[in-house]
Design a protein around this ligand. Structure first.
Ligand code: FA5
Length: 338
């Protein structure tokens, strides 16, 4: 009987060693280790043995054989599972070599590029960068800028109102800022002169899009408040800026204009190398009422301010004919720039 057990064990171990798939191992588990397996069958025959010693010896041999077969099955099961997983990983491996070539690099939006360059130029001239909220109070956006309720100049800003009821029950006093000029007020209220800041940011107007207008666009505000500041400082700053931002062969000029928050006021144009002039923004000497609203004494301090359209500067710098092209997200346009 012992020799039968040894033979059954050895042939089971040999077969198990040759199993290569999880399914084969499962079938062998039933055949060799199951209740109806060969070793179980031999175990049942133990009862027919006559001597106790023979029973003992055969019983021990069967238990040893079952143990050996069980551990061989466990080991084989783990090995084929590992091999199956390795095969699956291999079959699902992505061949990325086809994408290796010249990588296409993106670039910042033209408006972002202009925005960052403007900050660089002004920081280089000694200005600090300030900011304010896009949702603004009527007071900061209009009233403190010398445009009280009913002021006709408010009509020039096609304002978007925010549906908001104040703590006192008042409504209609919150707007999407129509320009970056409210940052002038916020800066003066939080900072003592001398003040030298620029404030780039997004602004909103109910303007119909055309070649030079967008309803959401960007401006950069400038504010200087110091002793003995004159219109000559404003002109000199703008000229230095034009040459630093656009290049040495670009000229700028100031044309008399009107803004409620500056007096005198001017419009700022630049001349392209081809000789044509384009309006980029407004500027002027800060109105005494605006200095007062900002808590600054107009007898002691004076200042100038400007507000330029960043989007217009971007199209100017890159020779783009229509401002809307910059926001169409058309790769044929975008890829022309770096
Ligand atoms: C103003 O917004 C004044 N706050 C500027 C200012 C600041 C004057 C400080 C004096 C002192 P204006 O509405 O002209 O002004 O706008 C300034 C610039 O923003 C324009 O010259 C133009 O370059 C740009 N701009 C105005 N509307 C649009 C628009 N819809 N789309 C794109 N750019 C615009």
């Amino acid at each position: 009987m012992i020799s039968d057990i040894t033979a059954a064990r050895d042939s089971a171990l040999a077969e198990i060693a040759g199993a290569t798939t999880p399914e084969e191992v499962a079938a062998m588990t039933t055949r060799f280790a199951g209740k109806k397996g060969e070793l179980a069958g031999l175990k049942k025959q133990l009862g027919s043995l006559e001597s106790v010693d023979e029973k003992k010896a055969a019983g021990a041999a069967i238990n040893e054989a079952i143990g050996a077969v069980d551990s061989a099955l466990d080991e084989r099961r783990a090995n084929v599972a590992m091999a199956a997983m390795a095969a699956q990983v291999e079959s699902e491996r992505l061949d990325l070599t086809e994408f290796v070539g010249k990588p296409t690099r993106g670039h910042a939006h033209l408006v972002t590029q202009a925005w960052e360059r403007l900050e660089d130029v002004f920081v280089g001239m000694g200005f600090r960068v300030a900011e304010g909220p896009e949702v603004e109070t009527d007071w900061h956006n209009f009233e403190a800028l010398n445009m009280g309720e009913g002021h006709p100049a408010r009509g020039e800003f096609d304002t978007l109102f925010v549906d908001h009821v104040g703590p006192d029950g008042s409504s209609g006093s919150t707007v999407l800022r129509t320009h970056t000029s409210p940052v002038q007020i916020r800066t003066m209220l939080t900072q003592e002169p001398p003040i030298y800041i620029v404030a780039p940011g997004r602004v909103f107007r109910r303007d119909t899009p055309d070649a030079t207008h967008m309803p959401v666009f960007h401006q950069i505000e400038g504010l200087v408040v110091d002793r003995n500041i004159s219109m000559a400082d404003l002109a000199g700053t703008i000229d230095a800026f034009t040459k630093a931002f656009f290049g040495q062969n670009w000229n700028s000029r100031l044309r008399p204009s009107y803004f409620p928050f500056t007096e005198p006021s001017a419009e700022f144009d630049i001349q392209r190398p081809d000789g044509s002039w384009i309006e980029l923004g407004g500027c002027g000497m800060v109105h005494p009422n605006v200095l007062k609203a900002g808590g600054v004494d107009p007898e002691e301090w004076s200042g100038f301010a400007f507000g330029f359209g960043i989007d217009r500067m971007a199209i100017m710098r890159h020779g783009v004919a229509d401002i809307r092209e910059m926001f169409a997200d058309d790769l044929r346009f975008t890829e022309q720039f770096s």
